[in-house]
Design a binder for this molecule. Structure first.
Ligand SMILES: [Mg+2]
Length: 303
Protein backbone atom coordinates (compact mmCIF):
# COMPACT_ATOMS: atom_id res chain seq x y z
CA UNK A 1 0.00 0.00 0.00
CA UNK A 2 1.27 3.42 -0.91
CA UNK A 3 -0.87 6.36 0.07
CA UNK A 4 1.02 8.62 -2.31
CA UNK A 5 -0.10 6.56 -5.35
CA UNK A 6 -3.69 7.72 -4.93
CA UNK A 7 -3.23 11.08 -3.24
CA UNK A 8 -0.57 12.44 -5.59
CA UNK A 9 -2.52 10.90 -8.47
CA UNK A 10 -5.52 12.95 -7.35
CA UNK A 11 -3.50 16.14 -6.78
CA UNK A 12 -1.91 16.02 -10.24
CA UNK A 13 -5.28 15.46 -11.94
CA UNK A 14 -6.67 18.44 -10.02
CA UNK A 15 -3.73 20.70 -10.97
CA UNK A 16 -3.91 19.68 -14.65
CA UNK A 17 -7.59 20.64 -14.75
CA UNK A 18 -7.52 23.94 -12.84
CA UNK A 19 -6.42 26.21 -15.75
CA UNK A 20 -9.24 24.96 -18.01
CA UNK A 21 -12.11 24.47 -15.53
CA UNK A 22 -15.50 25.16 -17.21
CA UNK A 23 -13.95 25.02 -20.72
CA UNK A 24 -16.21 23.35 -23.27
CA UNK A 25 -15.39 19.91 -24.69
CA UNK A 26 -15.53 21.25 -28.26
CA UNK A 27 -12.86 23.83 -27.43
CA UNK A 28 -10.58 21.25 -25.80
CA UNK A 29 -10.92 18.97 -28.82
CA UNK A 30 -9.29 21.76 -30.83
CA UNK A 31 -6.86 22.81 -28.08
CA UNK A 32 -6.25 19.74 -25.91
CA UNK A 33 -4.33 19.96 -22.64
CA UNK A 34 -1.21 17.79 -22.93
CA UNK A 35 0.99 19.11 -20.12
CA UNK A 36 0.94 20.94 -16.79
CA UNK A 37 -0.11 24.50 -17.57
CA UNK A 38 -0.75 27.61 -15.55
CA UNK A 39 -3.09 30.64 -15.50
CA UNK A 40 -6.33 30.30 -17.51
CA UNK A 41 -9.62 30.13 -15.60
CA UNK A 42 -8.36 31.35 -12.21
CA UNK A 43 -5.09 32.95 -13.34
CA UNK A 44 -3.08 30.71 -10.97
CA UNK A 45 0.56 29.60 -11.54
CA UNK A 46 1.34 26.11 -12.98
CA UNK A 47 0.89 23.30 -10.48
CA UNK A 48 -1.82 24.98 -8.40
CA UNK A 49 -4.22 22.55 -6.76
CA UNK A 50 -7.79 23.48 -5.83
CA UNK A 51 -10.55 22.55 -3.37
CA UNK A 52 -10.41 18.87 -4.34
CA UNK A 53 -6.85 18.46 -3.05
CA UNK A 54 -7.22 20.93 -0.16
CA UNK A 55 -10.20 19.06 1.30
CA UNK A 56 -8.54 15.67 0.70
CA UNK A 57 -5.39 16.62 2.60
CA UNK A 58 -7.44 18.39 5.31
CA UNK A 59 -9.20 15.06 5.89
CA UNK A 60 -5.87 13.23 6.16
CA UNK A 61 -4.45 15.82 8.57
CA UNK A 62 -7.49 15.52 10.82
CA UNK A 63 -7.34 11.72 10.91
CA UNK A 64 -3.59 11.80 11.69
CA UNK A 65 -4.07 14.37 14.47
CA UNK A 66 -7.06 12.68 16.08
CA UNK A 67 -5.84 9.13 15.40
CA UNK A 68 -9.43 8.39 14.45
CA UNK A 69 -12.25 9.63 12.21
CA UNK A 70 -13.68 12.54 14.18
CA UNK A 71 -16.48 14.21 12.19
CA UNK A 72 -16.32 17.47 14.11
CA UNK A 73 -12.59 17.70 13.63
CA UNK A 74 -12.72 16.93 9.90
CA UNK A 75 -15.31 19.64 9.22
CA UNK A 76 -13.36 22.04 11.49
CA UNK A 77 -10.32 21.50 9.26
CA UNK A 78 -12.52 22.21 6.21
CA UNK A 79 -13.46 25.48 7.92
CA UNK A 80 -9.76 26.22 8.52
CA UNK A 81 -9.37 25.93 4.76
CA UNK A 82 -12.49 27.99 4.02
CA UNK A 83 -11.84 30.77 6.53
CA UNK A 84 -8.05 30.81 6.92
CA UNK A 85 -6.59 29.40 3.66
CA UNK A 86 -5.15 26.29 5.33
CA UNK A 87 -4.19 23.42 3.00
CA UNK A 88 -3.71 25.83 0.06
CA UNK A 89 -0.61 26.97 -1.81
CA UNK A 90 -1.81 30.54 -2.37
CA UNK A 91 -5.22 30.81 -0.73
CA UNK A 92 -8.71 29.62 -1.56
CA UNK A 93 -10.05 30.42 -5.04
CA UNK A 94 -12.56 27.62 -5.74
CA UNK A 95 -15.41 26.28 -3.59
CA UNK A 96 -18.64 24.50 -4.54
CA UNK A 97 -22.01 25.96 -3.50
CA UNK A 98 -23.11 22.91 -1.49
CA UNK A 99 -19.78 22.69 0.33
CA UNK A 100 -19.88 26.39 1.17
CA UNK A 101 -23.43 26.10 2.51
CA UNK A 102 -22.43 23.10 4.65
CA UNK A 103 -19.45 24.91 6.17
CA UNK A 104 -21.55 27.97 6.94
CA UNK A 105 -24.06 25.61 8.62
CA UNK A 106 -21.24 24.30 10.81
CA UNK A 107 -19.90 27.76 11.61
CA UNK A 108 -23.47 28.69 12.67
CA UNK A 109 -23.49 25.88 15.23
CA UNK A 110 -25.25 22.99 13.50
CA UNK A 111 -24.15 19.40 14.33
CA UNK A 112 -21.44 18.15 11.93
CA UNK A 113 -23.46 15.29 10.47
CA UNK A 114 -26.42 17.57 9.71
CA UNK A 115 -24.42 20.26 7.89
CA UNK A 116 -24.40 18.84 4.36
CA UNK A 117 -27.57 19.70 2.42
CA UNK A 118 -29.54 16.54 1.62
CA UNK A 119 -31.98 17.64 -1.08
CA UNK A 120 -31.76 16.01 -4.51
CA UNK A 121 -30.32 19.15 -6.12
CA UNK A 122 -27.33 18.95 -3.76
CA UNK A 123 -25.64 16.09 -5.60
CA UNK A 124 -22.55 17.74 -6.98
CA UNK A 125 -19.25 15.87 -6.87
CA UNK A 126 -18.00 17.74 -3.78
CA UNK A 127 -17.83 14.82 -1.37
CA UNK A 128 -16.69 12.28 -3.98
CA UNK A 129 -13.67 14.49 -4.78
CA UNK A 130 -12.32 14.36 -1.19
CA UNK A 131 -13.26 10.87 0.04
CA UNK A 132 -10.20 8.89 -1.16
CA UNK A 133 -8.20 8.90 2.11
CA UNK A 134 -10.79 6.56 3.65
CA UNK A 135 -9.86 3.82 1.15
CA UNK A 136 -6.56 3.35 2.99
CA UNK A 137 -8.18 2.64 6.35
CA UNK A 138 -8.53 -1.07 7.02
CA UNK A 139 -12.08 -2.33 7.49
CA UNK A 140 -13.62 1.08 6.89
CA UNK A 141 -17.39 0.60 7.07
CA UNK A 142 -20.04 2.05 4.77
CA UNK A 143 -21.73 4.06 7.51
CA UNK A 144 -18.50 5.95 8.22
CA UNK A 145 -17.96 6.69 4.53
CA UNK A 146 -21.57 7.93 4.27
CA UNK A 147 -21.09 10.14 7.33
CA UNK A 148 -17.89 11.70 5.99
CA UNK A 149 -19.80 12.47 2.78
CA UNK A 150 -22.67 13.97 4.79
CA UNK A 151 -20.39 16.62 6.33
CA UNK A 152 -20.94 18.50 3.06
CA UNK A 153 -23.16 16.25 0.90
CA UNK A 154 -25.97 14.52 2.77
CA UNK A 155 -28.09 13.09 -0.06
CA UNK A 156 -28.09 9.29 -0.44
CA UNK A 157 -26.85 9.51 -4.05
CA UNK A 158 -23.69 11.34 -2.99
CA UNK A 159 -23.18 8.90 -0.12
CA UNK A 160 -23.52 5.81 -2.35
CA UNK A 161 -21.15 7.40 -4.88
CA UNK A 162 -18.52 7.76 -2.15
CA UNK A 163 -18.99 4.16 -1.01
CA UNK A 164 -18.70 2.85 -4.59
CA UNK A 165 -15.55 4.91 -5.15
CA UNK A 166 -13.98 3.60 -1.94
CA UNK A 167 -14.78 0.01 -2.97
CA UNK A 168 -13.12 0.47 -6.39
CA UNK A 169 -10.08 2.06 -4.74
CA UNK A 170 -9.86 -0.69 -2.11
CA UNK A 171 -10.04 -3.40 -4.75
CA UNK A 172 -7.16 -1.73 -6.61
CA UNK A 173 -5.13 -1.29 -3.40
CA UNK A 174 -5.62 -4.88 -2.26
CA UNK A 175 -5.46 -6.81 -5.52
CA UNK A 176 -2.85 -6.49 -8.28
CA UNK A 177 -4.27 -9.24 -10.45
CA UNK A 178 -7.37 -7.62 -11.90
CA UNK A 179 -7.87 -5.25 -14.80
CA UNK A 180 -9.90 -2.04 -14.44
CA UNK A 181 -13.16 -3.71 -15.50
CA UNK A 182 -12.55 -6.42 -12.89
CA UNK A 183 -12.10 -3.90 -10.08
CA UNK A 184 -15.21 -1.96 -11.09
CA UNK A 185 -17.28 -5.16 -11.31
CA UNK A 186 -16.26 -6.34 -7.82
CA UNK A 187 -17.13 -2.94 -6.36
CA UNK A 188 -20.48 -2.67 -8.19
CA UNK A 189 -21.52 -6.16 -7.05
CA UNK A 190 -20.84 -5.19 -3.43
CA UNK A 191 -22.88 -1.98 -3.73
CA UNK A 192 -25.82 -3.75 -5.45
CA UNK A 193 -25.78 -6.42 -2.76
CA UNK A 194 -25.56 -3.97 0.15
CA UNK A 195 -28.07 -1.33 -0.97
CA UNK A 196 -30.37 -3.94 -2.59
CA UNK A 197 -33.75 -2.30 -3.25
CA UNK A 198 -32.70 1.29 -2.58
CA UNK A 199 -34.38 3.40 -5.24
CA UNK A 200 -31.21 5.46 -5.63
CA UNK A 201 -29.45 2.56 -7.37
CA UNK A 202 -31.32 3.32 -10.61
CA UNK A 203 -29.06 6.36 -11.05
CA UNK A 204 -25.99 4.08 -11.15
CA UNK A 205 -27.51 1.84 -13.85
CA UNK A 206 -25.08 2.74 -16.64
CA UNK A 207 -22.12 2.21 -14.32
CA UNK A 208 -23.45 -1.15 -13.08
CA UNK A 209 -24.28 -2.29 -16.62
CA UNK A 210 -20.95 -1.11 -18.06
CA UNK A 211 -22.88 1.02 -20.54
CA UNK A 212 -20.40 3.88 -20.88
CA UNK A 213 -18.87 3.48 -24.32
CA UNK A 214 -20.53 6.50 -25.95
CA UNK A 215 -18.81 9.59 -24.58
CA UNK A 216 -21.33 11.87 -26.29
CA UNK A 217 -23.92 10.58 -23.81
CA UNK A 218 -21.69 11.42 -20.83
CA UNK A 219 -21.60 14.93 -19.44
CA UNK A 220 -18.52 15.96 -17.49
CA UNK A 221 -20.34 18.59 -15.47
CA UNK A 222 -20.34 18.64 -11.68
CA UNK A 223 -23.31 16.30 -11.09
CA UNK A 224 -21.91 13.39 -9.08
CA UNK A 225 -23.23 10.66 -11.40
CA UNK A 226 -21.99 12.44 -14.55
CA UNK A 227 -18.59 12.84 -12.91
CA UNK A 228 -18.45 9.17 -11.93
CA UNK A 229 -19.45 8.04 -15.43
CA UNK A 230 -16.77 10.30 -16.95
CA UNK A 231 -14.12 8.92 -14.59
CA UNK A 232 -14.93 5.30 -15.46
CA UNK A 233 -14.99 6.12 -19.17
CA UNK A 234 -11.49 7.62 -18.93
CA UNK A 235 -10.08 4.71 -16.91
CA UNK A 236 -11.54 2.11 -19.28
CA UNK A 237 -10.42 3.80 -22.47
CA UNK A 238 -6.77 4.55 -21.64
CA UNK A 239 -3.82 2.44 -20.54
CA UNK A 240 -1.59 4.77 -18.54
CA UNK A 241 -1.89 7.27 -15.69
CA UNK A 242 -0.96 10.13 -18.00
CA UNK A 243 -3.54 9.34 -20.67
CA UNK A 244 -6.26 8.68 -18.11
CA UNK A 245 -5.96 12.10 -16.43
CA UNK A 246 -5.43 14.01 -19.68
CA UNK A 247 -8.51 12.39 -21.21
CA UNK A 248 -10.44 13.40 -18.07
CA UNK A 249 -9.28 17.04 -18.35
CA UNK A 250 -10.06 17.14 -22.05
CA UNK A 251 -13.70 16.14 -21.50
CA UNK A 252 -14.15 19.75 -20.39
CA UNK A 253 -16.47 21.46 -17.87
CA UNK A 254 -15.57 20.25 -14.35
CA UNK A 255 -12.07 19.42 -15.55
CA UNK A 256 -10.19 19.59 -12.25
CA UNK A 257 -12.60 17.45 -10.26
CA UNK A 258 -13.18 14.81 -12.95
CA UNK A 259 -9.40 14.55 -13.40
CA UNK A 260 -8.79 14.50 -9.63
CA UNK A 261 -11.27 11.67 -9.04
CA UNK A 262 -9.93 9.81 -12.08
CA UNK A 263 -6.34 10.52 -11.03
CA UNK A 264 -6.87 9.05 -7.58
CA UNK A 265 -7.83 5.68 -9.04
CA UNK A 266 -5.33 5.84 -11.94
CA UNK A 267 -2.57 6.64 -9.44
CA UNK A 268 -3.44 3.56 -7.39
CA UNK A 269 -3.84 1.32 -10.43
CA UNK A 270 -0.65 2.33 -12.29
CA UNK A 271 1.42 3.36 -9.26
CA UNK A 272 3.27 6.52 -8.17
CA UNK A 273 6.18 5.82 -10.56
CA UNK A 274 3.81 6.08 -13.51
CA UNK A 275 3.01 9.73 -12.68
CA UNK A 276 5.26 11.98 -14.82
CA UNK A 277 7.98 13.29 -12.51
CA UNK A 278 8.18 16.64 -14.30
CA UNK A 279 4.53 17.21 -13.39
CA UNK A 280 5.19 16.35 -9.75
CA UNK A 281 8.22 18.69 -9.74
CA UNK A 282 6.00 21.58 -10.92
CA UNK A 283 3.80 21.49 -7.80
CA UNK A 284 4.63 24.13 -5.15
CA UNK A 285 4.55 22.64 -1.61
CA UNK A 286 4.58 19.07 -2.94
CA UNK A 287 7.02 18.09 -0.15
CA UNK A 288 4.38 18.93 2.46
CA UNK A 289 1.85 16.66 0.77
CA UNK A 290 4.38 13.83 0.37
CA UNK A 291 5.28 14.04 4.04
CA UNK A 292 1.57 14.04 4.97
CA UNK A 293 1.16 10.89 2.82
CA UNK A 294 3.97 9.19 4.77
CA UNK A 295 2.42 10.08 8.12
CA UNK A 296 -1.00 8.93 6.95
CA UNK A 297 0.42 5.65 5.74
CA UNK A 298 2.09 5.06 9.11
CA UNK A 299 -1.26 5.77 10.81
CA UNK A 300 -3.12 3.37 8.50
CA UNK A 301 -0.52 0.63 9.04
CA UNK A 302 -1.08 0.81 12.81
CA UNK A 303 -4.85 1.37 12.75
MG1 LIG B 1 -11.62 22.26 -7.81
Amino acid sequence: MKVKDGIIGLLIGDALGVPVEFERREYLKEHPVSDMMGYGTYNMPPGTWSDDTSMTIATMASIINKKSIDYNDIISEFCEWYENDAYCQYGLFDIGNTTQLALINYINGNPALECGPDDERSNGNGSLMRILPLAYIKDIDYETVENVSALTHGHKRSKISCVLYIEIAKSMIENDNLDIDGHIKIACDKIINYYKDDKELIHFKRIFENDLDDIDKISSKGYVISTFESVIYCLKNTDSYKDAVLSAVNLGRDTDTVAAICGGLAGIYYGFDSIPIDWIDTIPKIDKVLSLCEKYEAFCDEY
